[in-house]
Design a protein around this ligand. Structure first.
Ligand SMILES: [Zn+2]
Length: 188
């Protein structure tokens, strides 16, 4: 690969492959709308994604795109919904193609990366790759959260065993009402 250049937003991917160009740099999260949309807060995550990306041709002059993107994102814990830092470090590996027809010719174990004519949008590419790399479940390690989960899990399993069984369970809203009533007693 040639010397690393600053990361452009879009580039002529055929030319980049011919030049065996490589780029490195950072992209502001605010410039990645799809990944930005899944983040709950900036407080525990990075505001920039580190990206390294290189281009080359294979024996059939297809354009191979390889690289890496890494960032710590603030995602919602699925148990308690609190912002949770999640490190995402993903390999980028695919073939840049000009249209759907060319995408159909990409070998099965390669990911087609659709360009807009000659221009490949690297920001959009990184946005997509990070989305694909997100963990299926996000769970924080706070003690409060674990307690809540082990309670939920017991109740959840009982409910799943039999739908009828759930009718025998204490109504959570009734429990809440009881809690509120006792609070009221204290303040009065
Ligand atoms: Zn949690």
């Amino acid at each position: 690969m040639s010397e690393s250049g600053a990361l452009p937003r879009r580039l002529d991917y055929r030319r980049a492959a011919f030049d065996q160009a490589a780029y490195g740099g950072e992209i502001a999260l605010s410039a990645l709308p799809r990944i930005r949309a899944v983040c709950v807060a900036d407080s525990c995550g990075d505001d920039k994604v580190s990206v390294a990306i290189g281009f080359k041709e294979d024996g059939q002059r297809r354009v191979i795109v390889e690289g890496q993107a890494s960032v710590t994102l603030a995602l919602a814990c699925q148990r308690c919904l609190e912002a949770t830092p999640v490190a995402v470090d993903t390999a980028i590996r695919g073939m840049a193609v000009a249209n759907d027809e060319a995408a159909a010719d990409v070998p099965r174990d390669w990911e087609p990366m659709l360009a807009d004519g000659q221009l490949l949008d690297l920001y959009s590419l990184v946005d997509d790759e990070l989305l694909l790399a997100l963990p299926i479940t996000v769970v924080c390690d706070r003690a409060d959260c674990e307690h809540a989960f082990s309670r939920d899990k017991e109740q959840g399993e009982a409910v799943h065993d039999s739908a009828a069984a759930s009718q025998d369970k204490t109504n959570p809203f009734a429990a809440l009402a009881a809690l509120k009533a006792s609070d009221g007693d204290k303040t009065n």
